[in-house]
Ligand binder design. Sequence first.
Ligand code: 13P
Length: 252
Amino acid sequence: MAARKPLIAGNWKMFGRAADLGEIAALSEAIGPASGAIDVLICPPAPYIGAAAEQVRGMSILIGAQDCSAVGADSARTGEISAAMLADAGALCIIVGHSERRTLHGETSDLVRRKAEAALSAGVTPIVCVGETQAEREAGRVADIVGQQVRDSVPEQSANIVVAYEPVWAIGGTRTPTLPEIAEVHTLIRTVLAERFGDQANAVRILYGGSVGPKNAAEIFSVEGVDGALVGRASLKATDFAAIILAHPAAS
Ligand code: 13P
């Protein structure tokens, strides 16, 4: 089986303005040929996707979105943005089920799966996020929680997805799981994907996310089964994000 190409994705969340799109050109410059061996993706806020997609023309940086409507068909839904619209604007991937949406917007795994299905129907790769809270980890429920999230959030129809393991307690702070803990959850996720997709599960990239930065990226990338990262804060500045990308063994 061909090796999975690493994917390092930046989730800008609700940060940045049009002027910050200049970071993308700076990133391309800073990573140079590394972007040939690694898929580098930036997910800016929705209003900037079109401009970002224009900006990466001729670069090997990819543009994605952070969320989409679960409804595929054009319809009267004020404020919603469909996966087809995001694809039309230039998004190649859509993050779905990020813990900030699950927690702050009450999104269930069922809704997340429908969003992922909408992305697939629009020809876009969903990046399905899963991860346990601090309390769930302390209660020894990581495998239960993450396993169930994967079963319920991943569409049946296609293995053309990415999964991001983002422990909720590791996001936006300084703490991360230990390397063996990351390895354990990534193995669990692939096992659950294999129950669904058989051998095709081997092609699914599983990213780690939660406080990835220039200092810990190399050790996280060294973990068996980690196919890249989903990066929040450290993706906003080209210098930090480039340092993370260049820390991947495939960059050298
Ligand atoms: P931080 O990298 O800022 O911890 O955020 C991680 C994240 O939520 C990426 O989706």
